[in-house]
Design a protein around this ligand. Sequence first.
Ligand SMILES: Cc1ncc(CO)c(N)n1
Length: 221
Amino acid sequence: MGFAEELKNQYAEDWDAAVNHPFVDQLLDGSLSDDHLRGYLVQDYQFCDAFTALLGQAVASAPSLPSRLVFAAVLGAFASDENTYFQDCFNELDVPEADRAAPALGPATRNFDHLMRSTLATRSYPKVLAVLLVAEWLYGDWAARAGEPARWPAHAKHAEWIRLHNNPEYNAWVTWLRDEFDAVEPVDVAERQGVAATFAEAVRLERAFFDAALVPADASV
Ligand SMILES: Cc1ncc(CO)c(N)n1
């Protein structure tokens, strides 16, 4: 078993709670309210800011050109496809400009932001990979629950968020991340422990992020 699989199993409680979260249930069956979707997307757009910076750090920390090119390609896709989804939803859900650019951050968003920025500041390739891997693999796992596109919810605001995390290119990226992470498993015990702690914190915050998304709108600030 590789390092990635080992850590996923070690933190399975938070991992499975996030993947099978009621927020995901509602997204998949199309019953998620616009208020909850709006609140989640406003927070997640801020997540995307630090996440994009983290991908940039991965370009810088990667050991060789082939790996840098993978991150560079993902950065490009993230800047187009994913950003378009947010803009379309913000327009459809009448999100005010202030909430698109600089909303009040909930605790889970703030903590995730801190984890990503402190991780990129280490410039450690295994740690940067740990956060990217959790974010992408865990999203791939919940989106896989949607099954075949014929079973996806009817509205684009739900289905497109599934599609962005459930398609052949995305699955290949997650597999690549997992292999890359396994390949740089630290030999040093303390270093390995540090990477495991980063992985664990990311899983914990993914769960907290979904928890926060279902808090009633008036209790989230
Ligand atoms: C909180 C969170 N985790 C992971 C992803 C996928 O990149 C996302 N968009 N948001």
